[in-house]
Design a binder for this molecule. Structure first.
Ligand SMILES: NC(=O)c1ccc[n+]([C@@H]2O[C@H](COP(=O)([O-])OP(=O)(O)OC[C@H]3O[C@@H](n4cnc5c(N)ncnc54)[C@H](O)[C@@H]3O)[C@@H](O)[C@H]2O)c1
Length: 276
């Protein structure tokens, strides 16, 4: 990718889960904007593949194999990068895993594993980064989910963790705003990334169901989520703090009630004229 602008020139950024999907799209955009970026991801193979995909940015890219549930490893990676870069301006706390099951179906180990990556991972990264962000002035964007805004069927551990990420985001925005750090969250709806791909491949009707339920008629591409994250991370969002921004094609704008036309006795004439 060629450098499109210098929006992030001179900035240093950390992106967790940046080797794939949304995080990779964010990292590409930050690099294209001139930032120096550390990608923290536990998948060493994906880190290698990602680095090979951006040969023109090798000088500005640091890849580190880190499990975000390991607070000591996160502390060390952030301290190393901030030391090398001499600053830290942007943190995108994005690493996540899925988790299936209603409450009675979830084993302790699976519950802990989802909380330790999805929630604890955000806490570990933000705690490690905040002293640097306070020193330099900066911005955090967390990747939550629309599953943190409302319940979803048989996703209890994930929805609980993402709901907690949302309120952790608000808490940090309140605590650190006066110290020059903005903290916001992007809450994606379904996105075509490896986390969702097995589900779409297992049941080809799912993508069609999404298309029917999402007012924009399709699932998102990772770059569409990355654009929102990078906007919130940038100076263009200088007075936006504590916001949870759904990027979901309008899915959460809808209560999911069925179409009541006819049942409610609305005249056919109105239906023809409405254009819906
Ligand atoms: N794809 C969707 O439909 C969707 C919807 C809403 C929210 N999200 C959220 O977006 C974020 C990014 O997911 P994605 O869709 O790009 O999926 P993805 O699987 O492509 O990317 C997730 C990345 O996180 C990394 N990761 C997972 N556990 C980690 C750990 N313990 N330590 C370090 N890295 C780890 C993975 O290796 C991977 O590179 C996640 O937080 C996810 O919950 C995704």
């Amino acid at each position: 990718m060629t450098q499109v602008n210098a929006e992030f020139a001179g900035r240093a950024a950390v992106v967790s889960g940046g080797a794939s999907g949304i995080g990779a799209a964010v990292t590409r955009r930050l690099l294209a904007g001139g930032a120096r970026v550390a990608v923290l991801d536990y998948a060493a193979d994906s880190l290698t593949a990602f680095a090979a995909s951006v040969p023109e940015h090798q000088e500005n890219l640091v890849t580190t194999a880190v499990d975000v549930s390991d607070s000591a490893a996160v502390d060390a990676a952030v301290a190393d990068f901030a030391g090398q870069a001499g600053r830290l301006d942007i943190v995108v706390a994005n690493a996540g895993i899925g988790g299936a099951g209603g409450v009675a179906e979830i084993e302790d180990e699976d519950w802990r594993s989802v909380q330790s990556v999805v929630l604890d991972g955000v806490f570990h990264l933000c705690r490690a980064a905040l002293p640097h962000l306070v020193a330099d002035g900066g911005s955090i964007v967390t990747t939550s989910s629309i599953s943190g805004l409302a319940g979803d069927r048989r996703m209890a551990a994930y929805a609980a963790a993402k709901g907690a990420v949302i309120n952790l985001t608000r808490s940090m925005a309140v605590d650190y705003g006066r110290r020059g750090v903005r903290v916001n969250s992007v809450a994606p709806g379904p996105v075509a990334t490896p986390i969702l791909r097995p589900t779409l491949d297992n049941d080809t009707s799912i993508e069609e169901t999404y298309a029917q339920r999402i007012p924009l008629g399709r699932i998102a591409q990772p770059e569409e989520i990355a654009d929102a994250i990078c906007f919130l991370a940038s100076d263009r969002a200088s007075f936006i703090n504590g916001v949870i921004l759904p990027v979901d094609g309008g899915l959460t704008a809808w209560t999911a009630q069925p179409d009541l036309i006819g049942v409610m006795g609305i005249p056919e004439q109105f239906v023809r004229d409405s254009g819906v």
